[in-house]
Design a binder for this molecule. Structure first.
Ligand code: DGJ
Length: 691
């Protein structure tokens, strides 16, 4: 609901209020937290100053501001104009609909028109976006999506995920103390290093209790989230495009917009915050379809050694155990026999597929599965026909040899002919073959951000590259609406709510060790919905030197998201294949809970010996819980397995036929019979109807 009282504006839903004041020369954050009445909000003093030494502009909690040289916090807009860098905002008009407000300000003297938009979803998630229109060509260095302020005194911490290839999603915490703490990527893509998502929580916040604010930025290029904390106890979150080496040009008559940013609040701990975010993502962001098909992906089994015969052998076993989709990963095209060659040459390799790709597709379809394929449209190997023909199609500076990462360069997507090339081979691939699924990968940082093409100012590359990437995704997903898409970047390097507008699912990490995965998936699930989080059962990083975990454990770990199989099942024994079949069958019977239910995490795999992940249907009629024991120490008894989120006064039937009230399952639970190290189990509870 949107309410207006004088120049105060309140967005309220699901017991959360977000209140701002649209003043004549500034927009102020008045309040964000549990719902309050708008008439009470006018009494909030949002300009506290301890003394006249405190910068006045800073004391105002600037919700959206333009650099005027009077505040020492990060301005949302900073012009790239030495002569006109100091600007001020002048209120122009307000437009409202039942679900959205638009505030217009003139930016003077530069003549830009600023539009700041807000909306609120029914679960209390607020969205923000800004745009500027120019009457003369104008450059911007910084143009953030917005900022949001709240009181945190010194009592809160920032919770975020950090990592690297194969070690993404490690949960980190940083005390909010005066100063500025920043997360971001300057790598040209979302990155595995940090993810554009953060929670600001009470220091003693737990999974079930405590105040949590969160911010998620929907962007897959260079991004920044700044957490500024002032000496007056205000925390200010600023998010948007990275302003480092940045230039945004707004041409005469043009409008340029920021990425969307999302803000959420709860006072019920991390668990409730994640459920809120998942629910919002499932309903409003992630491309929809009933469930992720159970897929088989050949990457870990065959690597680059792709042959039609080998893929058929795997497909046969995949169908036998119940997979619904068979995906051929890297290595099917050009002269792609290793990661040194072939990238960019998107024709089916005739030696590997002498009877053509359709022969394999027909084979897979006859087995009752759909067919999917891997692509990496943005990159090129120097050893490829594409690069030999178009060496000028990559980013490179005039002064140094371009840097190779994974033996490849990044294509200059800002060039229309490069985009056209990508679109033409993708259209050809998708229209000539019956392909139901695309895994869209990207395996390097962006370096040498320059090109002879940009004779003026190559700093525009970063934003233009991300815009071009989105335009490719948009065109292809619109033209092929029935194809499922997975977003991947060397593991979990492109997981964000910007790409998830186009993709149905994302690859979480190349680390598929079932125990490491519990931690990775835990970190990822703080922000992202299990519906889209892909998890594979593999041969357990057999080259990592670690002990192989039981097949059931590997399954249980991978069943906590979208299930895939990546193991070399051609080598599995009949007994192992039977286990796969049973586990996939079980997964199918509960995947509606994992895909669309509410996640309750119990314990933290980074620190706890026993952890559970429970998925409860939104109508509370059904739940499945996966429990994992790390190690059996000293024969100590284990705590019972407890179900959360069920109705206390309703009875639920368990897998063993026993029935209990929800209150019992929550408070007492069922015995945890796990034994040994790396043990796991799955329990299902279903409402007893008509009692
Ligand atoms: C990186 C991905 O994360 C892997 O799953 C696999 O697709 C390889 N790229 C293929 O090169």
């Amino acid at each position: 609901m949107i309410e207006i009282l004088d120049d105060y504006i309140s967005l309220t839903a699901a017991d959360v209020s977000y209140i701002i004041r649209a003043g004549q020369d500034r927009i102020i954050s008045v309040y964000w937290g549990p719902a309050i009445k708008l008439e009470d909000a006018v009494s909030i003093d949002f300009a506290e100053r301890w003394s006249s030494f405190d910068p006045e502009e800073e004391a105002y909690r600037q919700e959206y501001d333009v650099y005027n040289g009077r505040s020492f916090l990060t301005p949302c807009v900073y012009l790239d104009s030495p002569s006109d860098r100091l600007n001020y905002m002048e209120f122009s008009r307000l437009e409202t609909t039942s679900s959205e407000i638009k505030l217009y300000y003139d930016i003077c003297p530069s003549g830009l028109l600023l539009e700041v938009r807000y909306g609120i979803y029914s679960n209390g998630v607020v969205w923000r976006k800004a745009s500027v229109s120019a009457s003369e060509k104008t450059g911007l260095v910084s143009f953030y999506s917005g900022s949001a302020c709240f009181h945190s005194y010194d009592q809160m911490s920032a919770i975020y995920t950090a990592g690297r290839w194969s070690g993404e999603w490690q949960v980190k915490s940083h005390d909010i103390v005066p100063g500025c703490f920043q997360l971001g990527s300057r790598q040209g893509f979302t990155s595995e290093t940090f993810n554009p998502s953060v929670m600001i929580a009470d220091k003693n916040c737990s999974e079930t209790h405590g105040m949590v604010y969160s911010l998620m930025l929907a962007y897959s290029g260079n991004w920044e989230i700044k957490i500024e904390h002032t000496l007056t106890g205000i925390t200010r979150l600023v998010a948007g495009l990275s302003s480092f080496d940045n230039s945004i040009v707004v041409n005469k008559g043009e409008t340029v917009s920021t990425p969307l940013m999302y803000l959420a609040y709860t006072d019920k701990g991390y668990g409730e915050m994640s459920r809120l975010l998942h629910d919002f993502e499932n309903a409003n962001v992630i491309r929809k379809r009933p469930y992720c098909p159970v897929l088989y992906n050949s990457w870990e089994a065959t690597g680059f050694n792709v042959t039609a015969a080998g893929q058929k052998e795997l497909a046969c076993k995949a169908a036998e155990i119940g997979c619904e989709l068979f995906v051929v990963d890297d290595g099917w095209f050009g002269q792609r026999n290793s990661d040194h060659a072939g990238l960019g040459d998107w024709y089916v390799n005739p030696e590997k597929f002498p009877a053509g790709l359709d022969d394999l597709i027909r084979y897979v379809e006859k087995l009752g599965m759909k067919f999917g394929i891997w692509v990496e449209p943005e990159s090129v190997n120097p050893d490829s026909d594409l690069y030999r023909t178009h060496p000028d199609w990559i980013y490179r500076s005039a002064y140094a040899e371009p840097l190779q990462c994974r033996n490849q360069y990044l294509l200059n997507l800002c060039l229309p002919e490069v985009r056209e090339y990508i679109l033409s081979w993708m259209r050809r691939l998708l229209s000539r073959h019956n392909i139901s699924y695309i895994k869209w990968d990207m395996n390097r940082n962006m370096s040498d951000p320059d090109s002879a093409f940009f004779d003026d100012d190559s700093r525009i590359i970063w934003k233009q590259h991300a815009d071009a990437l989105y335009s490719l995704w948009e065109t292809i997903t619109e033209e092929f609406p029935d194809v499922y898409f997975e977003s991947c970047a060397g593991g979990g390097g492109r997981v964000d709510l910007g790409i998830m507008r186009y993709a149905h699912q994302f690859w979480t990490s190349d680390n598929t060790d079932a125990f490491d995965r519990l931690r990775i998936q835990y970190g990822c699930s703080l922000f992202y919905s299990p519906r889209a989080m892909m998890c594979w059962v593999t041969d357990n990083n057999s080259d990592s030197g670690r002990a192989v975990r039981a097949l059931e454990y590997r399954f249980h770990s991978a069943m906590c998201g979208g299930l895939g199989i990546g193991a070399d099942i051609s080598r599995f024994s009949a007994q192992e294949l039977e286990v796969c079949k049973t586990m996939i069958g079980r997964y199918k019977s509960v995947r509606h809970l994992i895909s669309g239910g509410l996640l309750y995490r119990q314990g933290n795999p980074f620190t706890d010996n026993v952890v559970s992940f429970e998925y409860v249907s939104k109508d509370r009629k059904e739940a499945v819980i996966f429990t994992f024991l790390h190690s059996q120490n000293f024969g100590m008894p284990l705590p019972n397995i407890r179900f959360e989120g069920l109705c206390n006064d309703k009875r639920y039937k368990l897998d063993d036929g026993c029935a209990h009230y929800g209150s019992f399952l929550r408070s007492v639970g069922i015995p945890n019979k796990l034994k040994g190290d790396f043990a796991s189990c799955m329990h299902h509870a279903e409402l007893v109807e008509c009692e």
